[in-house]
Ligand binder design. Structure first.
Ligand code: 6PG
Length: 223
C-alpha cells in the first residue's frame, strides 16, 4: 500500500496515527532524518495514546559508534522520543555498538532479538538501501542470521543491521520517505525491475506500507 502526504509533517502525523492504531508491543526504530519528526511528534502529541511501559524497542540498524556519538541511531531516538516518554530502560534494546567489532555487536543483538516484530520502521537511501542493507552487499543473501554486520564499502565502515529474514517476518513494515532527492529512487523501487535492497523487503505474513510525502512521490506514474 502506498500513501502520499502533503509534506513531511503530515507524513509524520500519518505514521504516528498508524503507530497508535496498531498499538505494537515490539517496534524496530530506524535511523536517518525522516523518522526523527515522527519520534518528536509521538512524544509531543501522541504520548497519552500509547501504553509505553508495555512497548519493547529495537533498532532496524545501527552505526558502529558508541551510543553517545552524534551518528548513533540509538542516541537520536533516545533524544527525540525515548527520554521523553515513560518507557522503562529494560524495554530499550539498543545495539551494543560500543563493542570493538561490529560482528560482536551483531552477535549480542541477535541474542536479545525477537523473531517477529509488530512494527518495523524503515527508510530508503537514494542508492536504494534500507536499514543497512546496501546494493551489492552479501547480507542481501542472508537466509539464517537475524542480525548481521556487513561492511559498507561506500561508507568505509561496518554497520549492524536486521537481515531480510527478520525484516520480512515483521507484522507491519512501514517505509517513511520524504524529499525531492528521493523521487527518482522511489519511482525505481516502486515501479521498476527488482534490483535494489529495499525491493527485497516483502513481508511473508504481514503488511507493507509506503508513506511518502508529495515530493518523494512526485515521479510516480499514478500519484
Ligand atoms: C540509517 C538508516 C538508513 C536510513 C536511510 C534513509 O541508519 O541511516 O536506518 O537506512 O533509513 O538512509 O535515511 P533518511 O531518512 O535520513 O534519508
Amino acid at each position: 500500500m502506498i500513501r502520499v502526504f502533503e509534506n513531511s509533517r503530515e507524513l509524520a502525523r500519518g505514521a504516528a496515527e498508524h503507530f497508535v492504531a496498531l498499538a505494537p508491543l515490539t517496534v524496530a526504530l530506524s535511523g536517518g532524518s525522516t523518522p526523527k519528526v515522527l519520534y518528536q511528534l509521538l512524544a509531543d502529541q501522541f504520548q497519552t495514546q500509547l501504553p509505553w511501559p508495555r512497548i519493547q524497542f529495537f533498532w532496524s540498524d545501527e552505526r558502529h559508534v558508541p551510543p553517545d556519538h552524534p551518528d548513533s541511531n540509538y542516541r537520536m531516538a533516545h533524544e527525540a522520543l525515548l527520554s521523553r516518554v515513560p518507557v522503562p530502560e529494560s524495554n530499550v534494546h539498543r545495539v551494543r555498538s560500543e563493542n570493538p567489532t561490529a560482528q560482536e555487536a551483531a552477535d549480542e543483538y541477535e541474542k536479545v532479538m525477537v523473531p517477529r516484530l509488530d512494527l518495523i520502521l524503515l527508510g530508503l537511501g537514494t542508492d536504494g538501501h534500507t536499514a543497512s542493507i546496501f546494493p551489492g552487499s552479501e547480507v542481501l543473501h542472508e537466509t539464517k542470521r537475524l542480525v548481521a554486520a556487513p561492511w559498507v564499502e561506500k561508507l568505509n565502515t561496518y554497520r549492524i543491521t536486521m537481515t531480510l529474514p527478520l525484516l520480512n517476518n515483521g507484522a507491519s513494515i512501514l517505509f517513511l520517505v520524504s524529499g525531492a532527492e528521493k523521487a527518482q529512487i522511489v519511482k525505481e523501487v516502486l515501479e521498476g525491475p527488482k534490483k535494489y535492497p529495499a525491493q527485497f523487503v516483502q513481508p511473508t505474513n504481514g503488511e507493507l506500507i509506503w508513506m511518502l510525502d508529495k515530493e518523494a512521490a512526485s515521479q510516480l506514474s499514478h500519484g
